[in-house]
Design a binder for this molecule. Structure first.
Ligand code: HEC
Length: 134
C-alpha cells in the first residue's frame, strides 16, 4: 500500500514539474543559445547589427510591438519595415525554422539584453497564437 502511495505522489510531482513553465531567466539562457546560433551573424553581438541594411535589436522600437516581433521571427519579413524611423527592405529577414518555444526564448533574450528590458515574459503560447504574418 505504501508503495502505491509513493508511486502516486511521485507521479503528481512529475506532472506538476512538467507543466510548470520556464522562468524568465531560464528562458533567457536558452534564448541566448538560439541567438548565437541563428541571429548573431546578422544582428551582431551587442544587438547593434553588422551592416546598414540590418536593423538594430538594441533599443529597437519595432520590438515594443510583441505581435509583429513574433511574426517577423516566425514567418520572416514579408514587406518593408521601419525601425527607429529608418526603412528596411524586408528582403533579408527570413524564417529560421525555429519552434514556438525557441522563438519565445530568443524574444525573452533580446527583449532583456543590452539596453533592452521588459518584465513581461513571452510564452510559447503567445507565439502559437500568431497564425499568419502581420
Ligand atoms: C540574414 C541576416 C539575418 C538573420 C540571420 C536574422 N535577421 Fe533579423 N532582420 C534582418 C533584417 C535585414 C531585418 C529587417 C527586415 C528586412 O529587411 O528583411 C531584420 C529584422 C528583424 C527584427 C525586426 C526589426 C528590429 O530590428 O527590431 C527582429 C525582431 C529580428 N530581425 C530578429 C531576429 C532574430 C531573433 C533572429 C534569429 C532567430 C534574426 N533576426 C535573424 C536580418 C537577419
Amino acid at each position: 500500500m505504501k508503495f502505491f502511495l509513493f508511486i502516486y505522489l511521485f507521479s503528481i510531482m512529475i506532472i506538476l514539474f512538467s507543466i510548470q513553465s520556464k522562468s524568465l531567466s531560464m528562458s533567457k539562457e536558452d534564448g541566448a543559445i538560439v541567438y548565437n546560433d541563428f541571429c548573431l551573424r546578422c544582428h551582431g553581438p551587442q544587438g547593434r547589427s553588422l551592416t546598414k541594411t540590418i536593423p538594430p535589436l538594441n533599443n529597437s522600437d519595432f520590438l515594443l510591438n510583441l505581435k509583429k516581433s513574433i511574426s517577423i521571427i516566425k514567418f520572416g519579413a514579408k514587406k518593408p519595415i521601419f525601425v527607429n524611423g529608418k526603412e528596411y527592405s524586408g528582403n533579408s529577414m527570413i524564417a529560421q525554422g525555429l519552434d514556438d518555444e525557441e522563438i519565445s526564448d530568443v524574444l525573452n533574450f533580446i527583449r532583456n539584453s543590452w539596453d533592452n528590458s521588459n518584465e513581461t515574459q513571452v510564452s510559447a503560447k503567445d507565439v502559437n497564437d500568431i497564425k499568419e504574418p502581420l
